[in-house]
Design a protein around this ligand. Structure first.
Ligand SMILES: [Zn+2]
Length: 343
């Protein structure tokens, strides 16, 4: 089974955006607020939104299962207040649940949290519990910067975040550290803000000893880990200067990287630098980069091709990247698949 651990519902039916527009209009004028969280999306509309996109690409590329979450750039935790964010997360997560019900062989859910800048993240625990316990989700996307590019929250190693970590450990769910839209014009969302955040999160984890307090906590740093693998020598050296243990011991029991790197040399570097046990296959399709690479004639985000091309990878290690590591990191995944008769 080839498991893509990073996909978003970027093709959701237009009623979802209409609902969000109403929510935003309702912030200024209460009479505009949506009166119901029933979006009026039919099962056929969901099928249509996926058949020509994620499902088609799964079939064409030969991948089996996508760990699927709401559109990351639309989480926009900086918009509105706690009530806005709670309602928006619920609506988005419910839609992912419906996708997983309609296509149990193709999708497993990961949730969006109702984060709000300046609000302690324990406000997210009820939605996280609902998604894991009632909807069968296996992970969450945790936004280290709900302000959308202004970095107002304490670092991920601060006690501010501990309540959500305690719940993650209890539920045995990993978090993908994933920012959302950027409201800072200095940072392009997917080109700069995402990659900055990946790198920033890694460095935050390096400077502290979070995993002494949470030895079983698991994070996935997406987009190939931002700049971390490319600058691995810098990070190893910084850790050494700070009298931290070697990175393998300090971070790599808890921190994993996905393969959303959109060219072969990048994937080759990732797999040379980062231990194979810490790499999870992912493409983030349909997502950040939608076009074809004129140099290869293939989609930039068809990351399976790059991994297939890695001749130095043993069959055993290839299976770890494509399947085994995802089953380890997403502690509830095996049970969910078994329930669906897919083990
Ligand atoms: Zn993403």
């Amino acid at each position: 089974m080839i498991i893509d651990c990073h996909g978003h519902y970027t093709t959701a039916p237009k009623q979802l955006t209409a609902f969000r527009d109403q929510q935003i209009a309702g912030l200024k004028d209460k009479s505009q607020r949506p009166t119901s969280t029933n979006l009026g999306i039919t099962d056929d509309e969901i099928r249509e939104s996926l058949e020509g996109a994620q499902l088609k690409l799964q079939r064409e590329r030969g991948t089996d299962l996508t760990i699927f979450s709401p559109r990351a750039s639309a989480m926009a935790h900086h918009v509105g207040d706690e009530a806005t964010s709670a309602q928006w997360a619920e609506v988005c997560n419910d839609l992912i649940y419906r996708v997983c019900k309609l296509y149990p062989q193709n999708f497993v859910g990961v949730c969006q949290l109702p984060q709000v800048p300046g609000v302690p993240p324990q406000n997210c625990i009820p939605e996280l519990e609902r998604c894991v316990k009632e909807l069968g989700f296996v992970g969450l996307n945790l936004n280290p910067d709900p302000s959308g590019g202004w970095w107002k929250e304490p670092p991920l190693t601060d006690r501010h975040w501990y309540p959500i970590y305690e719940k993650m450990v209890e539920l045995d769910v990993p978090a993908m550290i994933h920012v959302s839209a950027s409201c800072n014009p200095c940072f392009h969302a997917t080109g700069a803000h995402y990659i900055n955040a990946d790198t920033t999160a890694f460095m935050q984890l390096l400077t502290a000893d979070l995993f002494k307090d949470f030895p079983t906590l698991k994070f996935i740093i997406p987009h190939g880990g931002g700049a971390a693998p490319y600058h691995w020598g810098r990070y190893r050296g910084l850790a050494q200067d700070m009298k931290k243990p070697p990175l393998a011991e300090h971070l790599l029991k808890n921190v994993f990287f996905d393969t959303c790197v959109y060219h072969y040399p990048g994937i080759e570097l990732l797999t040379k630098v980062i231990p194979v046990d810490n790499i999870l296959f992912a493409s983030e399709m349909v997502g950040a980069v939608r076009g074809k690479d004129p140099e290869t004639g293939h989609f930039f985000d068809d990351t399976k091709r790059y991994i297939d091309q890695l001749s130095m990878l043993s069959p055993e290690n290839r299976t770890k990247i494509f399947e085994g590591n995802a089953r380890k990191v997403f502690g509830r995944l095996d049970a969910v698949l078994k329930e669906r008769g897919l083990n």
